[in-house]
Design a protein around this ligand. Structure first.
Ligand code: NAP
Length: 293
């Protein structure tokens, strides 16, 4: 059996086209342009590159964006103050604080200040709390987890009643994706670095979400035949044939798993492009929530 490849790139483009069409409609109706504010502390190249891509995506879709970049030695009060100002600014639809921040900044405290109606990353404790409770729903769902679920649904993978294994329990991917699967009536097992007998647990999974950041750790013979495999991992694997000396691979050994799985996302081109597409969707949603204020 060879798995069906789930194409995140084209799915993400479809979402972006839909968001751009809605933004254009808003503009014709004289409504406010959705506007994303990003906050970065420090000079991590990955963080700078992520916020640059987010700003570029806003521009492509007709939305506004502004980036507040603080030096690595910025203090807690300065970062909190910009979040308060952005909360109060009626032109700003969504606020995204790029993580991780330097160690001396209390991230939880900063995230908890974001107005939940502007929390487009979905990481404020209130939005996560609502996601964890039965019968409640958050105003925003974190972007990468939302992208994973969207890809499963678009591929018509049955989630209701499925055995789902989530590999990783981080606040940004593993835990929220597990909560989303639970909301959709999957039976969810969350695995982490203390989990024993990982291969045998994964062999039970109709749906596997791998989000651990370990190069091709999941082997083909760990995959249940016909399973849906969503690979969130982004890892650099040495490859002398590439200009940069490496290529990007996931947490799953794709070449092996593609022989057994029913569906699989590639890396790159799977979950990666979905994250920004979902952020754009969330920013549009934030603008809509604020229309009625
Ligand atoms: P993270 O915060 O480092 O969390 C990693 C998780 O994996 C932890 O829960 C950890 O367990 C678990 N883990 C680590 N080694 C393990 C092992 N050998 N066996 C079982 N579990 C293990 O990572 P993250 O931020 O969630 O990101 C995970 C991966 O997704 C990374 O490759 C990252 O680059 C990628 N990512 C991609 C996107 C995207 O847009 N596609 C977005 C975000 C992240 P403990 O909790 O016990 O430590």
């Amino acid at each position: 059996m060879t798995a069906q490849i789930i194409d995140g790139k084209s799915t993400a483009q479809k979402i972006r086209d839909e968001v751009a069409a809605e933004v254009a409609k808003r503009s014709s109706a004289g409504k406010k342009q959705p506007f994303l504010a990003t906050v970065v502390v420090g000079d991590r190249t990955d963080s700078i590159s992520y916020v640059t891509s987010k700003g570029k995506a806003c521009q492509e879709l007709g939305m506004g964006s502004v980036n507040h970049h603080f030096p690595a030695n910025a203090n807690q009060e300065e970062v909190e103050e910009i979040v308060r100002q952005l909360n109060a600014d009626p032109e700003i639809s969504g606020i995204l604080v790029q993580l991780p921040m330097p160690e001396h900044i209390d991230e939880e405290k900063v995230l908890s200040l974001i107005d939940i109606k502007k929390d487009v990353d979905g990481f404020s404790p209130i939005n996560i709390g609502r996601l964890a409770q039965k019968g409640r729903s958050p105003l925003f769902v974190p972007c990468t987890p939302a992208g994973c679920i969207y890809l499963l649904e678009q591929a018509n993978v049955r989630i209701d009643g499925a055995n789902a294994v989530v590999l990783g329990r981080s606040n940004i991917v593993g835990m929220p994706v597990a909560l989303l699967l639970n909301h959709r009536n999957a039976t969810v097992t969350i695995c982490h670095s203390h989990t024993r007998e990982l291969p045998s647990l994964i062999r039970q999974a109709d749906i596997l979400i791998a989000a651990i950041g370990k190069t091709e750790m999941v082997k083909g013979d760990w995959i249940k035949p016909g399973a849906a495999v969503i690979d969130v991992g982004i890892n650099e694997k040495p490859d002398p044939s590439k200009k940069k000396g490496y290529r990007l691979v996931g947490d799953v050994n794709f070449d092996e798993a593609v022989q057994t799985a029913g569906w699989i996302t590639p890396v790159p081109g799977g979950v990666g492009p979905m994250t920004i597409a979902m952020l754009m969707k969330n920013t549009l949603h934030a603008a809509e929530l604020q229309d009625n204020q």
